[in-house]
Design a protein around this ligand. Structure first.
Ligand code: FAD
Length: 601
């Protein structure tokens, strides 16, 4: 009976094999609302955990849409992606199939704060994500707008005033579910803004969700208002790149996913980015036209760490601000000017752009715009992302006050896992602050709440020396496999192999010991400066900045040669050796501090 009122359904035929009399059922274990970065991860995670899952979203062709910047990762955000990947999530693998410029940020600092980042081809990302989602076993995808929730009596053994048992679509049809995950992004009472014009929209070209926002408010959820914005898009052929600073990608490219040795595209075929800057003329246009810019005047808070050009000019006057010109894709004619998010009227945006070096003849294809939207105070959810008020209702993504694809994806995977565990009456899957950046993110949100768009930074993590991008699998894959069932056998076995190879590698490196004079002869590149006859282990030699496994294996081919075969293993052995130094240094500092305290005490 629900099937008659559904618009479009996509489901893997394998799911219904042998069940030809009942090809469709309106009752699912988990229903996920929204096909953005949180929703795709939540739906795929619930299905991987074995739950019959429905992803309900406005349009199938916008699944995986990158609403703003054509890039993934960065400092802190790259850590979240590695953790999502360690739980067998999608975004890292899809980025490895869709990136056009891979670069590790912060390379000069320690591995704990390296930020994996890539420019992504928007079109390819969406295509690859849709292919993945539409071919996930146990996952059905359906177009539709959810307006309301179906509520029943709460389960007495749990806290909560109501229990959710399904959703109502805009056409009045219903779908029943054991758990529901809401990932509606910027769509709740979304309003887009350019200049003095405002109109209802979730993002450019998409309807807002008004009914659902009203439902949540009526239920008693505390709702707040936030804003964000996006820059104009510029025609590539109208930019004079020849006078700008060029940034080339890394060679080799470091993949986001633990299960990939390489990315889909060679470094030499990747696209460059270019750097330019704003100037006093830009400031002048912004300041002279504040009266034409209602997004700036609003008291609603925007992202502090990804601010609009108006906020930057107001907060830091007389400064030149960076504008990165980033490719939107391999065959795209558009350039994304990162750092130039703006909500001035369109004609003034064009005037402002053409003041900037290299953009003197730039043609604006789409103006920048702002969006204001409702979010729900995240202190209303538990660390498993279930709401306190409504049992079996989970929130993930921008709806919880965060900003960014990675923050959304990280919450999505946790909400999907827990929605599924809840159906199976299993204990929740919670990541602590000591185990991962995902734990830091969720703990910050659920205990402190937020009154501005929340984004991840390495400085938010107290245990960042151990929560590194390289070791996310050893922190989370085993738990994901055993406790949640969201990790594939293949990934689990790869994590076991990596763990045992690392342990074996470290003990082999510890077992090779020569006097330092011999090491100096074998590896003249290393600046070994300790006494000639002092014994030194290969593990200690690997700690020198200029030494890697490749160099060590040239000096001592047997038994070290085998550790050069896998790039990731070689890099991780080097990191384990170097972090050893940092850990020892910290321990020494702590001991000294302890000693001072004890003495003074
Ligand atoms: P989204 O990716 O927005 O996905 C929400 C999904 O829910 C959509 O598919 C929508 O169709 C669906 N949906 C909504 N309501 C319903 C309903 N009732 N029924 C069915 N389906 C529904 N992030 C940054 O880090 N930096 C930025 O500068 C930045 N700028 C942004 C500028 C704009 C204009 C926008 C729109 C977003 C910006 N973001 C920025 C945020 C980034 O896009 C989001 O953080 C991220 O996409 C959030 O993911 P999500 O899954 O929570 O929501």
């Amino acid at each position: 009976w629900v099937a008659a009122s559904l618009t479009k359904q996509h489901h893997p035929s394998s799911r219904f094999s042998g069940d030809s009399a009942a090809p469709w059922t309106p009752h699912f274990d988990v229903v996920v609302i929204g096909g953005g970065h949180a929703g795709t991860e939540a739906a795929a995670a619930a299905a991987r955990c074995g739950s019959r899952t429905l992803l309900l979203t406005h349009r199938v062709d916008t699944i995986g849409q990158m609403s703003c910047n054509p890039s993934f990762g960065g400092i802190g955000k790259g850590h979240l992606m590695r953790e999502v990947d360690a739980l067998d999530g999608l975004c890292s693998r899809i980025c490895d199939q869709s990136g056009v410029h891979y670069k590790v940020l912060n390379r000069r600092k320690g591995p704990a704060v390296w930020g994996l980042r890539a420019q992504i081809d928007r079109k390819l990302y969406k295509q690859n994500m849709q292919k993945e989602i539409l071919n996930t076993p146990l996952l059905t995808v359906q177009e539709g707008a959810v307006e309301d929730l179906i509520l029943t009596e709460p389960e007495p053994e749990h806290t909560g005033k109501y229990r959710v048992s399904g959703v109502v679509l805009v056409d009045g049809s219903t779908v029943y579910a054991e758990s529901v995950v809401l990932t509606t992004g910027t769509f709740l009472r979304g309003m887009i803004v350019i200049g003095l014009e405002m109109h209802p929209a979730g993002r450019l070209g998409d309807q807002p969700s008004i009914g659902l926002a009203q439902t949540l408010e009526k239920l008693g959820f505390v709702v707040g208002r936030l804003k964000t914005g996006t820059p104009p898009r510029i025609a590539k052929e109208s930019i004079n790149f020849s006078i700008l600073n060029k940034q080339t990608p890394d060679n080799p490219s470091i993949p986001f996913s633990f299960i990939n040795e390489t990315v889909w595209i060679k470094p030499e075929d990747q696209l460059p980015c270019y750097l330019t800057h704003t100037n006093p003329q830009v400031d002048e246009i912004v300041l002279e036209n504040l009266h034409l810019n209602c997004h700036v005047k609003e008291t609603t808070k925007g992202p502090r760490y990804c601010p609009s050009i108006e906020s930057k000019v107001l907060r830091f006057p007389n400064r030149l601000h960076q504008v990165w010109l980033e490719p939107e894709g391999l065959d795209s004619d558009l350039i994304y000017p990162q750092g130039l998010s703006v909500t001035l009227p369109a004609e003034l945006q064009e005037k402002m752009i053409t003041c900037i070096r290299g953009l003197e003849k730039a043609k604006m294809i789409q103006p920048g715009y702002g969006v204001q939207y409702d979010y729900l105070d995240p202190r209303q959810i538990t660390p498993s992302l279930e709401t306190h008020l409504v049992q079996r209702l989970f929130f993930a993504g921008q709806i919880n006050g965060t900003t960014g694809y990675e923050e959304a994806a990280a919450q999505g995977v946790i909400a999907g896992i827990n929605a599924s565990l809840r159906v199976r009456h299993k204990p929740p899957f919670v990541i602590s602050r000591t185990e991962g950046y995902i734990g830091v993110l969720i703990d910050d949100l659920t205990t402190l709440g937020t009154n501005e768009p929340y984004r991840m930074f390495t400085s938010r993590a107290e245990f960042r020396l151990s929560l590194r991008p390289d070791n996310a699998d050893s922190r989370l894959t085993f738990r994901g496999y055993k406790e949640a069932g969201c990790v594939s056998q293949q990934r689990y076995e790869r994590a076991i192999w990596m763990k045992s190879s690392l342990e074996e590698g470290i003990s082999v490196l510890k077992s090779i010991e020569f006097p330092s004079s011999k090491w100096k002869n074998l590896i003249p590149e290393a600046s070994i400066s300790i006494g000639k006859s002092l014994p030194l282990r290969a593990l200690d030699v690997l700690k020198y900045e200029e030494v890697d496994i490749e160099l060590l294996a040239k000096a001592v081919p047997e038994p070290l040669r085998k550790y050069t075969k896998c790039r990731e293993l070689a890099e991780r052995l080097k990191i384990e050796a170097s972090i050893g130094i940092a850990m020892a240094f910290l321990l020494q500092r702590f001991q000294l501090l302890g000693l001072t305290w004890w003495r003074s005490g």
